[in-house]
Design a protein around this ligand. Sequence first.
Ligand SMILES: NC(=O)c1ccc[n+]([C@@H]2O[C@H](COP(=O)([O-])OP(=O)(O)OC[C@H]3O[C@@H](n4cnc5c(N)ncnc54)[C@H](O)[C@@H]3O)[C@@H](O)[C@H]2O)c1
Length: 314
Amino acid sequence: MERTVAVIGAGLIGRAWSMVFARAGWRVRIHDRDASQLRAAQTFVAASLDEQAKFGLVADPDSAREQIAYIATIEEAVAGAGWVQENLPETLEAKREAFMLLDRLASSDAVLASSTSAIPASRFTETLSGRARCLVAHPVNPPHLVPVVELCGAPWTSPAVIERARRVYADVGQVPIIVRRELDGFILNRLQGALLAEAMRLVGEGYVSPQDLDKTVCEGLGLRWSFMGPLATIELNAPGGVADYCMRYSGFYRRLAAAPAAPEVWDAANAAKVAAAIGVPANASELDARMRWRDRRLMALAAHKREQSESETT
Ligand SMILES: NC(=O)c1ccc[n+]([C@@H]2O[C@H](COP(=O)([O-])OP(=O)(O)OC[C@H]3O[C@@H](n4cnc5c(N)ncnc54)[C@H](O)[C@@H]3O)[C@@H](O)[C@H]2O)c1
C-alpha cells in the first residue's frame, strides 16, 4: 500500500500523473470508465517516457512503464492504494459522486486528492465520514513536466494530511505549495487570470498584436519567471528591495488596479476579435503537433533547470 497510487481518470491530467508517480518508483493503478481512454493513455505514456529519457528526465523508462497497471474498474484500482489522485471532468457533480465513492472504497488511511482546477474541496467533501483525509492537489498541465502542485484543504482537512501531501508530492519530484485558506482559483489561476484579462484587453482594444503580446512574456517577463518569481524579481529592481520598489513605482500600478480589465474582455465578441487577430485556427493535427512541440521544449527546460540546481548545490 505504501507508495501505491490509484489514478482515477486517464485523460490529459490522469495520464500525466501516472508518469510522475511511476518515474519515482511508485506502483500506479490507473482507471478510466472509457476503455479507449485507457488505451490512449498507455500509448501516450509509452512514447512520452522514451522522450523524457532522451532529456535525462527518467533513468529507466521500461521500469517506469512496468510500474503502471491499466485497470477497468474503480474498485480494483483503489484496492490497496495508499494515495488516490482523482482526475475526472471539472464539474461539481462529478467530484461529489467520485468522492462519495472513493471515501467508501479506499482503505481508511488512504489520502484522497483531487486535481480540480477551481472547485474548493469543501464543496464536494463536507458530508463524507472521511472528509479529514480529502484535499485538492491542483497540478499544472502537463504535471509530468511542470512540477508545481497547489495543496489546499477544506476547513476540516487534517493538518497532518496536508503535511503528508507536501512530503508525498515532493518525494515524487513535484514542487508543492500550500494554499492556507480556500479561495476561488487558488493561487496559480488567480495570477494567470490577472495576466490573461489584461492580455485580452490589450489585444482586443488593438494596442498590440497577439504575437507581440506573447513575445513580451516569452522573451521578457517569462525568462526571469522560469527561475525567480515576480516578488523575487521586484526585490532586485530597486536598491532598497520590495518596499523601495513599491514607493518608487506604485503610482502606475495603483492607476492600473483602480481600472482593471472588465469582465467583458471574456465576452464572445472580444474573444472573436482576439481569435481573428491570431489568425486561422490550427486544425486538430496541428494542435497535436504543437502540444508535442510544447512538451519537448518543457523537457529541455526541465533538464536545464535540473542541471543548474545540481551545479548550484555542488
Ligand atoms: N487540462 C488541464 O489543463 C488541467 C490542469 C490542471 C487541472 N486540471 C483538472 O484535472 C481534472 C481532469 O482534467 P483533464 O483535462 O484530464 O480532463 P479529460 O477530459 O482529459 O479527462 C477526464 C477523464 O475522466 C474520464 N471519466 C469521466 N467520468 C468518469 C468516471 N465516472 N469514472 C472514470 N472515469 C471517468 C473520462 O473518460 C476522461 O478520460 C479536472 O478536474 C481539471 O479541472 C486540468
